[in-house]
Design a protein around this ligand. Structure first.
Ligand SMILES: Cc1ncc(COP(=O)(O)O)c(C=O)c1O
Length: 436
């Protein structure tokens, strides 16, 4: 069906990338799996652990006690109090429960912030490689993405000296994400101090996404909001998804300067009303009682990281920086001579290993490996990847099997896109042509 009045994409929706995203590779992986191929899912940042039992028990109990209605739209007090304690204990931040908002995962928090703050043409400094939605949300709202490049040679760490020249009269926000998705880079405290000075000097808001704060293998996590003079100009974003392996519960939070809380809260209410009531009891319980679960996950991730880096070190034409945090690694595949989408499709079809092209993170030439799988799976996946890579003939350039040489020949991809919720590039183009 089509409607003449409705022209897709509209100005905003049309800013979303057409291809190259995580869900596109996931759809292709699913299709191959349905056709009987063994697939190793290293594409989505979805921890494989069960959620803490203590969280499940508390959520079940809340359900049984009848907490099935709209709660306080800011989030239940018990959870906001638990987060206020956690921010003091772990992040050296003094935040009243009144300035904590519970969101539908960190994702709606980030959107609510940008919706509240940005006018068309406003600039957001985003360290790249970056979590795709920062840039997507900004563009969707008519904002301008100003990338602050983080080089692999520097371990992908954000450097304050790269930020200052980017500040203009239209800059509103600096995004900080440590540990970083997709690189795993951790920003050292001294660098955060310099970034804080820039924010103060130019009167900028900092949005600090600390979703991976508990997964650090070297160095320490520091919250920029805890630095002198920063609590009034920083929004800290966090989530239950990663720390407690609770991605499906859809719970995150923001800690805000008091002058912003009601405004961003109103926007979030417009987007989502509130987060699920009974689930919030589970998150509150995890914050107070699930430290052992977190430590177990941290130790396991550290071992997994070592497995992956061990294999990458032995792979020809692959360069990488060892990540200090999160559960991702972001190798450069530039020396293979092929593009990252081609590389990912080759590795998926040849080795059955699903990984994501750097384009999804504003960084072509790289791929993201998420080590959210058990060690045995990771070992098998990396072994298969190593052997697929060694099949590539290297002369002056890489000669791939014929089917990978041309975009047009790759029918598999469009088939996969059709068979999933993700509407892939080919379909979107067809859709657009039909509408124009
Ligand atoms: C850096 C970062 N921020 C935010 C999110 C969103 O997480 P959620 O909405 O599940 O809390 C993710 C998810 O992968 C992420 O990597």
């Amino acid at each position: 069906m089509r409607m003449d009045r409705i022209k897709l994409p509209n100005k905003r929706y049309g800013t979303l990338p057409e291809a190259g995203g995580i869900y596109e590779i996931a759809a292709l992986a699913d299709m191959l799996e349905e056709n009987g191929k063994k697939i190793y899912h290293l594409e989505i940042g979805r921890p494989d652990f069960d959620s803490p039992q203590i969280a499940k028990d508390a959520a079940k109990e809340a359900l049984d006690r009848g907490f099935v209605h709209y709660p306080d739209t800011r989030g239940i007090l018990q959870l906001r109090q638990a987060l206020s304690r956690k921010l003091k204990r772990e992040n050296r931040m003094e935040v009243s429960p009144d300035d904590v908002l519970i969101t539908i995962g960190a994702q709606t928090g980030i959107m609510a912030i940008m919706l509240t703050i940005l006018d068309e043409g406003d600039e957001v400094i985003i360290p790249t490689p970056c979590f795709g939605p920062y840039a997507e949300d900004c563009r969707l709202l008519g904002g301008v993405v100003v990338p602050a490049p983080c080089a692999m040679e520097d371990g992908f760490t954000l450097k304050a000296s790269n930020i200052e020249p980017l500040v203009t009269g239209r800059t509103k926000i600096i995004v900080v994400n440590s540990p970083n998705n997709p690189t795993g880079a951790v920003i050292p405290r001294f660098e955060l101090e310099k970034i804080a000075e820039i924010a103060k000097k130019h009167d900028l808001l900092v949005v600090s996404d600390e979703c991976y704060e508990r997964f650090i293998y070297a160095g320490e996590h520091a919250s920029i909001a805890s630095l002198p003079g920063m609590d009034d100009r920083t929004i800290t974003v966090g989530t239950a998804s990663k720390t407690y392996s609770m991605t499906g519960w859809r719970l995150g939070y923001m800690s805000l300067p008091s002058w912003l809380t009601n405004h961003v809260g109103r926007t979030h209410r417009g987007l989502a009303i509130c987060a699920a009531s009974f689930a919030q009891y589970g998150y509150a319980s995890a914050l107070d009682n699930a430290e052992e679960d977190v430590i177990k996950m941290l130790n396991e991730y550290r071992e997994r990281r070592n497995i992956v880096t061990g294999y990458l070190e032995r792979m020809e034409d692959i360069d990488f920086a060892t990540p200090d945090g999160a559960f991702y690694i972001f190798p450069s595949i530039k020396r293979t001579g092929i593009s990252s989408p081609e590389f990912c499709r080759y590795i998926l079809e040849e080795a059955g290993v699903a990984i994501v092209p750097g384009e999804a993170f504003e960084a072509p030439g790289f791929v993201r490996i998420a080590y959210c799988q058990p060690k045995e799976h990771l070992t098998e996946a990396m072994e298969l990847m190593r052997s697929a890579l060694s099949k590539l003939k290297v002369k002056n350039r890489v000669l791939l099997p014929e089917k990978y040489e041309s975009e047009e020949k790759n029918v598999l991809r469009s088939k996969a896109a059709r068979g999933s919720n993700y509407q892939g590039h080919d379909e979107k183009v067809r859709h657009r042509n039909e509408n124009n």
